[in-house]
Ligand binder design. Sequence first.
Ligand SMILES: Cc1cc2nc3c(=O)[nH]c(=O)nc-3n(C[C@H](O)[C@H](O)[C@H](O)COP(=O)(O)OP(=O)(O)OC[C@H]3O[C@@H](n4cnc5c(N)ncnc54)[C@H](O)[C@@H]3O)c2cc1C
Length: 385
Amino acid sequence: MKKVLVLGGGIGGVETASALRKEGFEVQLVSDRDYLFINPISIWIPTGEISPEEAKIPLNKIGDAHGFYFKKGKVSSIDRDRVVLENGEEIKGFDYLVVAVGQSKLKMEGIENTLSICGSPEEVVAIRDRLSELVKKGKGRIAFGFGGNPKSPESVRGGPVFELMFNVHNYLKKLGLRDRFEIVFFAPMEKPGARLGETALKLMDKMFEKSGIKKITGKKIKKFTPEGVVLEGDSIEADLVLFTPAGDGHPLVKNSPLPQTEAGFLKIDWNCKVEGEENIYAVGDSASIEGPQWRAKQGHLAEAMGKITAHNLAVKEGMKSGDFESYREHINILCLMDTGDGGALAYRSDKRAMLIPMPVIGHWLKKAWGKYFKLTKLGKIPKIV
Ligand SMILES: Cc1cc2nc3c(=O)[nH]c(=O)nc-3n(C[C@H](O)[C@H](O)[C@H](O)COP(=O)(O)OP(=O)(O)OC[C@H]3O[C@@H](n4cnc5c(N)ncnc54)[C@H](O)[C@@H]3O)c2cc1C
């Protein structure tokens, strides 16, 4: 049986490993954490709506359910025929390698004065603790923002920042404290969220207005300080800055001999194969995604890339017949943007751009999705698609 080594136990890596097993490969998945962290529902940790444990699924249990072997280990270097772990252990002898280690974030001056909802699980818990301190104090100013990366526009992550911001707004409202808190949103681009289309932008503007959130956009971020944010020609004083820099290439990829973009993302072809390599594939956030201007890196795309990789390897190995598949037709934006008291369904494709408000039901649909995701990963119910 051909052996595949998958690096990274996030949304993309886990889907790849499970799909490869279904195709009949022997699979080992190596990841630095022993659980899959469900990013889309982690936005509820800061407001205490779910516990950090509820956003985790043990990787050994997923491995048992889908038949792959999980090994906990932090990868320190990737080469074509071997992978080295932080403890010095070498992994060799695999027929194929799939890189799914996610992305890093752009370094910015004073970033240590901020916390990101797209950071490590520990950072997400730190947001909860800082927010709870402010709630105890009974007043404050919170600044929310996200940055851009001109070298990789598809790696900008604004959705979770909007979700956290509206969740915090509704949380403070429920506590009867909203009028004692100021919420400010900032971003260097003129129209943050523009990839969702003009109609969506108008609706977002209405949501900002209705929630009493001040917006400062189109001003370059110079640095972060313990007092807040310094912008070009402006500044924001804040008790808490919740900022997510744009994605940057993972250091493992940047330090590897593999072909990569200027921003440090793996260059892949439409079949998810790393350019110029015979047995190396990449899925999800660590790969450079080609396509329309509005394209974005998302969990559902990472999963589609995982399935495509497994299918293509099976075809290549003669284990099934058919054509190679491409991730091109899976490029769209599909996101149920949660607000804590409801949500909005964001969708963008070549043909359509829309944001459909879903008061109340949106929140419960996302909750239901979280439960469905967990049960399918644990093999307790089958996946719908
Ligand atoms: C807060 C948040 C909310 C989101 N909401 C949505 C949403 O609603 N819908 C949607 O479609 N997308 C959403 N996304 C985006 C989605 O989560 C990502 O696109 C997706 O997780 C990418 O999958 P991945 O496997 O490429 O990377 P990741 O999920 O980041 O997984 C990378 C894995 O690699 C491991 N790893 C990293 N470095 C090493 C190393 N050196 N050695 C070993 N292992 C390593 C990590 O621990 C992690 O398990 C959200 C993202 C965030 C952060």
